[in-house]
Design a protein around this ligand. Structure first.
Ligand code: ZN
Ligand code: ZN
Length: 156
């Protein structure tokens, strides 16, 4: 963790963000992937709707406060980070790509400058959700060949 924004070579933050209560605060210094909506059942239950996440290199996420950050190890491979005080969904990580982290885009301070480009697991979306016809959608897992996964954040 790098908490000193003044050290030599520190990058200007690309974005900042926090949970609702402020117990978890972070800044992002690198490239951010376009937003992906994940409608899978675990994301639906955990977020209460669906996960809308950007992704970045783990080294580009700088936690300025993790006082109330907890992790839910949903499986041996995937975990969700959340605020244990206000309940905000914050992060998602997978053990097969430990160098990247997904960041719940709604926790980023406005304006984010991000665009949602892809919806996955739309086959598991809740029946009340109106899918956006303007966003490329996939009923199951993400297409690995999609260009948004070939950026510097790799397989996020
Ligand atoms: Zn909070
Ligand atoms: Zn999901």
């Amino acid at each position: 963790m790098d908490d000193d924004p003044n050290h030599e070579g520190a990058e200007r933050p690309r974005a900042t963000g926090r949970c609702e209560c402020g117990g978890v605060r972070y800044r992002l210094s690198g490239h951010l992937r376009p937003v992906v909506h994940c409608h899978c059942t675990p994301c639906r239950r955990i977020t209460g709707h669906h996960m809308a996440a950007t992704a970045t290199l783990r080294d580009d996420l700088h936690l300025e406060s993790d006082a109330t950050l907890s992790w839910y190890d949903r499986t041996e491979e995937t975990r969700y980070g959340f605020c244990n005080r206000c309940g905000a969904t914050m992060f998602w990580m997978a053990t097969d790509k430990p160098s990247t982290i997904s960041v719940a885009a709604g926790t980023i301070d406005q304006p984010t400058g991000l665009t949602a480009v892809l919806a996955i697991y739309t086959g598991e979306a809740s029946d009340f959700h109106v899918l956006d016809a303007d966003i490329e959608s996939h009923p199951g897992d993400r297409p690995d060949t999609h260009p948004i996964w070939t950026g510097p954040e790799g397989d996020a």
